[in-house]
Design a protein around this ligand. Structure first.
Ligand SMILES: NC(=O)c1ccc[n+]([C@@H]2O[C@H](COP(=O)([O-])OP(=O)(O)OC[C@H]3O[C@@H](n4cnc5c(N)ncnc54)[C@H](OP(=O)(O)O)[C@@H]3O)[C@@H](O)[C@H]2O)c1
Length: 349
């Protein structure tokens, strides 16, 4: 017997929210029942692209009037916490875009409330579902390169988009630029090094090419280390062009190297590679599916369908989001204090 489609509401219909809407609408096991967009322009665009969805201006009204399974929140980062609390209070499962929140206290509170309510809580770290970045985790776990000792996740790209009403260039609303793209890299590096436990110390550097926004770093690098000596480097420059991402992992036996290059982050025809060296033989790995955030988003929606049906857990949980946000905030603090900082117990909820 076929199951009824999972009922999704989308809050936020901007640049990335429109991709979420498409991914939900194209999944045969999902139904996009409602979209929330505050501005008239976004509401008109949402209604045109998704005529069967009910369109709302306010998420509270939508939550009160709609029968839902899961709410997908793709709004500017400073709004995440208040919307997440309302979703949990409505008893719905939540897919929340990264960063979970701008403050660690909100991240902790969200994890706590999701547990209390007994709902599933997924964070938009869709790289974990990638045929390329996710495959690296499987290769590491297969033992072919031995125990991972060094991870580098690095990006060279063009400057960020402004975002609706310029939120991405406003420190009050974006928090920091570390919480935008490098947060994914913190998540990946920590995931790849899962066998080493949790990181114990972090040191970061950053600078800005615009004196008007000194704390929004165009260039950012962080290193974090583990008790067993393993360490990771997360690095990004926004003061560049196109979109070129690299991952390198060295283990006790071998190493791997992956690259993704496109004119834009959302290009549908990137150049990708993944090379694995087992200590003796070098293999060029063939990706089973296309790699790129638009493809990974479809996988994320499919995973959410399974999650609601009790067939799978989130690819990245609230606890993972708490860690990735916490490491970003610690990196900001390390830059401010110009020294290495102990990670401490970020997971305390
Ligand atoms: N996982 C990823 O790879 C990834 C990629 C990109 C972005 N993101 C994250 O996704 C979020 C959105 O990014 P974006 O690039 O889509 O930004 P964006 O283009 O500025 O879109 C944000 C949208 O949110 C809407 N909005 C603002 N406040 C709202 C509220 N209270 N209720 C409902 N909607 C509200 C705005 O609506 P109006 O247009 O009506 O003003 C706007 O269209 C951010 O947190 C970002 O970090 C994640």
């Amino acid at each position: 017997m076929s199951l009824p489609p999972v009922r999704f509401a989308l809050v936020g219909y901007g640049a990335w929210g429109a991709h979420h809407a498409q991914s939900i609408a194209s999944n045969p096991d999902a139904q996009l029942v409602a979209i929330v967009a505050p501005s008239e322009g976004s509401r008109a665009a949402a209604a045109k692209a998704h005529p069967s969805a009910q369109i709302f201006a306010d998420y509270r009204q939508m939550l009160a009037q709609t029968k839902l399974d899961l709410v997908d929140v793709v709004t500017p980062s400073h709004t995440h916490a208040e919307i997440a609390y309302a979703v949990f209070d409505a008893g719905c499962h939540l897919l929340l875009e990264k960063p979970m929140a701008l403050k660690i206290e909100d991240c902790r509170e969200m994890v706590k409330r999701a547990r209390e309510r007994g709902v599933q809580f997924a964070i938009g770290h869709e790289f974990r579902l990638s045929s390329q970045w996710g495959e690296i985790k499987r290769i590491i776990e297969s033992g072919v390169i031995g125990a991972p000792q060094y991870v580098l996740v690095e990006l060279l790209r063009k400057p960020y988009r402004l975002g609706a009403s310029g939120w991405r260039y406003d420190p009050q609303r974006v928090g920091s630029w570390v919480l935008e793209e490098p947060i994914h890299f913190f998540d990946l590096a920590r995931w790849y090094l899962e066998s080493a436990g949790n990181p114990i110390e972090l040191h970061a550097y950053g600078n800005s090419r615009d004196p008007a926004r000194p704390a929004l770093y165009d260039n950012f690098s962080a290193m974090f280390r583990y008790a067993n000596g393993a360490y990771a480097v997360v690095s990004q420059t926004l003061a560049a062009f196109e979109h070129h991402q690299t991952v390198k992992v060295s283990g006790t036996k071998g190493a791997l190297w992956a690259g993704w290059s496109g004119a834009l982050d959302r290009t549908l025809e990137p150049k990708c590679f993944l090379k694995v060296f087992d200590g003796e033989k070098l293999t060029e790995f063939e990706l089973k599916k296309q790699s790129g955030e638009v493809f990974e988003l479809r996988e994320e929606i499919a995973r959410c369908v399974k999650m609601v049906r009790g067939q799978a857990l989130p690819a990245a949980t609230g606890e993972d989001g708490l860690w990735s946000t916490g490491l970003c905030l610690l990196a900001e603090e390390s830059i401010r204090q110009n020294r290495a900082l102990a990670v401490g117990d970020l997971l305390r909820v």
